[in-house]
Design a protein around this ligand. Structure first.
Ligand code: MCN
Length: 761
């Protein structure tokens, strides 16, 4: 029976839709008996010297058990990305003598109830001598105010120094080009805004830690705790219950997370913590946060020959995951196009803002948006049709595998076919006619059509590494799958069960998937970079195959046949001798005859990364009188190789597209001139809802990769990569006849209206 590729409904949903999930904050007292609640006291200035943190009044408040200040804790979080310098401007867990962003934790209160904690936290007097703050990325890059004086500059990392960028020369680079276009392109800070905010809980039993945490990788949390507190690995048990979204922001444990076990040890009682939405918006790291200076050059008839991408990455006040994201941007600089000459550069810059983290796409959406923008600008400058320009420069289908001018090894693809499918499904020619008619009618509400190609990188180049998978047959003849990946909305309980079911001939409902528990799952890299299916899924596939082979040996004995004559019938899930299907042995019979450990196998899988691709077409209406934008259609091709479960893949595409559209139209984290966040709740920071979105039109396409036995590439982030530039392009296209060439995202009515006003003045 073929299970891979079929539309199996998510096994996890009946529970989520009935009694609900169990998030970390829902854990009952049986696991956290008499738990105290932690409340963080946070900096209210963006940059300053701490004169004093006076907690005397707070300590005397009802229900307060303990107040810990930065002066009493000398703890620095280890670096969160393995291949970069390990102790580069890392974060203190609590600020000691200096604060560097609004929201930075300076003290923490332990109280019997959350309400008592909030009251007491308000009574902690934090005396800070303010310094000039710099939250603007380009001002910080010019060292307008140096955030870490000891470091001497706000430049934390220069990627050409690390051998990860070519470096940028002078303008003779473009000397042979007939047309050159330059553009500054902004990628604002964006919150991952998971429905479940950060939360953690900890307790100690006989010197052994149990830590519960909302995370994308339990083993990563465990490794951090072992390193930070010098604990023996066997003394640390990390459990991740259900997770209500991570979107990249829960990859690396944060200071608040890692402090909870320490507080529990100090208090001698379990401790719980969950943040408020405002804390999440100001103190959990956002993503994107880049400014690009790009230039593109070529011939007047549209051969693109030269491209330059200069990236500034806003690291925030300390180097966390965000500081390293150009590592994903630079390899994707040329996108889907065959461009012979490319120069790249990137610097990560320290600012007085919360340190940035990964956010769905993590570096690749920025590369895609900029190259797509530059293609549109080149087309406008050279007077060429933007689709024709793209088509002329696409990497040809017969060129794969291909190594681009920046050294990325694209595995498989057919970019022109993706473009054609998307344009056909959108009815591109008819849309252009409709647009022409609308323009002729001088209607203030104009139509815009935006087309963006994308190719992205999944499962690499970092964090990469192995993924772990284990399969065991239970005495009843069912199976348990153990995975080091950690689903936080992606549906691995279903897809990994499908992969094992296909190999074992079992029903998906007979397979339990275990994840997110470091005592039960030996090791794991976690769910990030859309790596889980191709690495974790392949590990499960290989382990299942080994178990099936071992089972055949047992079945051979039971059937008194040679093992090479025994088959496992994938449809009925029984063993029989080839050609004699009437005499069978079931999994339960084989399991009963097995010795201990005979029907269990584990493995680690690693492989080259893969390059999913696609084309997104957005259709918008823009009201030239108000600047209001309405997204009317979103047609997408998102090719992720062989699909395990098309239903889940559609869900992943939906979620990604919605977030990408939100980025194009609405979302941006902003600060006032003193570095105070002004988008600290969902009234000021506008996430998107179904009401602002049309039904997405998803076009199928599957081009398998040879890089793993499943043929699968990642899909978790693709929707968020193609949609933003398509929508941005559509809005600008709607206004191109008015002379508008570029508007940075988010395309709020105010910005759109201003661009129209400027173009017509
Ligand atoms: N899948 C499939 N066939 C493929 C590829 C994937 O059937 N060829 C299925 C998988 O088996 C899995 C899902 O699609 O059930 C996503 O798989 P994959 O693309 O391997 O990505 P990961 O599981 O590694 O998920 C990570 C990715 C990332 S990096 C972010 S960020 C993200 C995302 O997934 N955050 C999410 N999707 C999210 N979805 C939800 N609901 N919540 C988040 O926080």
């Amino acid at each position: 029976m073929t299970i891979i590729g079929t539309r199996v409904l998510r096994k996890e949903d009946p529970l989520f839709l009935t009694v609900g999930a169990t998030y970390t904050a829902d854990l009952d007292d049986t696991r956290l008996d008499g738990a105290l609640h932690a409340t963080f006291v946070r900096s209210f200035v963006a940059n300053g010297t701490i004169i004093d943190v006076d907690a005397d009044d707070a300590r005397a408040m009802p229900g307060v058990v303990l107040v810990l200040t930065g002066a009493e804790l000398d703890l620095i979080l280890p670096g969160s990305v393995p291949m970069f310098p390990p102790d580069l401007l890392n974060r203190p867990v609590l600020a000691r003598d200096r604060v560097r962003f609004v929201g930075e934790p300076v003290a923490v209160v332990l109280s019997e109830t959350p309400q008592q904690g909030q009251d007491a936290a308000d009574m902690v007097f934090v005396d800070v001598d303010p310094l000039d703050a710099v939250t603007d990325l380009e001002e910080a890059a010019a060292d307008a105010a140096v955030v870490h004086e000891g470091h001497g500059t706000n430049t934390a990392l220069t990627f050409s120094d690390l051998g990860m960028a070519t470096g940028i020369g002078d303008d003779s680079f473009f000397a042979d080009c007939e047309v050159v276009v330059r553009q500054r392109v902004v990628h604002p800070r964006m919150s991952a805004a998971p429905l479940e905010v950060r939360s953690a809980a900890a307790s100690w039993t006989d010197e052994r830690l149990s830590m519960f945490v909302s995370s994308q990788g339990s083993h990563r949390v465990k490794d951090t705790l072992v390193q930070l507190y010098g604990l023996a690995p066997e003394d640390v048990h990390v459990i991740t219950p259900d997770v209500g979204g991570g979107f990249g922001a829960k990859v690396a444990p944060t200071p608040e997370d890692v402090l909870i076990p320490h507080l529990s040890r100090l208090a001698g009682r379990p401790v719980r913590w969950f943040e408020t939405r405002t804390e999440n918006l100001i103190a959990a790291g956002p993503g994107r946060a880049q400014v690009h200076h790009a230039a593109i050059g070529g011939t007047r008839d549209g051969d693109i020959t030269h491209y330059r991408l200069d990236v500034l990455m806003d690291a925030g006040a300390y180097t966390r995951v965000g500081a390293f994201l150009p590592f994903f941007t630079l390899p994707m600089a040329p996108g889907n196009y065959d461009i012979a000459n490319i120069e790249t550069q990137a610097r990560s810059i320290i600012t007085n803002a919360v340190p940035t983290e990964a956010f769905r796409g993590a570096g690749r959406p920025e590369a895609t948006l900029t190259i797509e923008r530059m293609f549109d600008l080149f087309a406008a400058e050279a007077g060429i049709d933007p689709i024709g320009l793209r088509r002329r420069n696409l990497i040809a289908a017969d060129a794969f595998p291909v190594t681009t001018a920046v050294g990325s090894e694209y595995d498989t693809g057919d970019y022109e076919a993706a473009l054609d499918r998307a344009l056909d499904a959108a009815g591109y020619a008819a849309l252009r006619s409709e647009q022409a008619a609308r323009r002729a009618s001088a209607d203030p509400v104009q139509i815009g059509i935006g087309v963006a190609n994308y190719v992205e990188i999944t499962a690499g180049p970092a964090p990469g590494g192995n993924e772990y998978g284990k399969v065991e047959i239970t005495p009843q003849g069912r199976a348990r799958v153990y995975s080091g990946a950690l689903s936080h909305g992606q549906g691995h309980a279903t897809t990994f069960a499908m992969i094992a079911a296909e190999k074992l001939g079992l029903d998906v409902s007979d397979i339990e998937v275990i994840q997110g528990d470091t005592d039960r799952v030996e090791r794991g890299g976690g769910t990030v970079a859309s790596r889980s299916t191709q690495l974790g899924g392949s590990a499960v596939l290989n382990a299942a195959e080994t178990v099936a082979d071992a089972a055949k040996e047992i079945a051979a004995e039971l059937l008194e046949a040679a093992v090479q004559d025994v088959v496992l019938d994938a449809d009925s899930g029984v063993f029989h001798v080839s050609g004699t299907p009437a005499v069978t042995r079931t999994w339960a019979e084989v399991a009963a005859a097995a010795t201990d450990g005979q029907l269990v196998a584990d493995t680690d899988f690693n492989a080259k990364c893969t390059y999913p691709f696609g084309t997104h077409v957005a259709v918008v209406e823009v009201d030239a009188e108000t600047g209001g934008v309405e997204l009317k259609r979103m047609v997408t091709v998102d090719d992720a190789g062989t699909l395990i479960n098309p239903v889940i893949v559609e869900g992943q595409r939906h979620g990604g597209i919605a977030q990408g559209v939100a980025q194009a139209l609405l979302e941006e984290i902003c600060f006032d001139e003193d570095g105070n966040p002004v988008t600290s709740n969902f009234a000021d920071y506008s996430i998107i809802s179904a009401a602002e979105l049309p039904s997405f039109e998803l076009v199928p396409m599957e081009t398998p990769t040879p890089n793993n036995p499943l043929g699968a590439k990642g899909i978790g982030e693709s929707g968020a990569i193609g949609s933003t530039p398509a929508v941005q392009s559509a809005v600008i296209d709607a206004l191109s006849h008015l002379g508008v060439r570029h508007i940075d995202i988010p395309l709020t009515p105010q910005k759109v209206w201003s661009a129209i006003a400027e173009a017509s003045s």
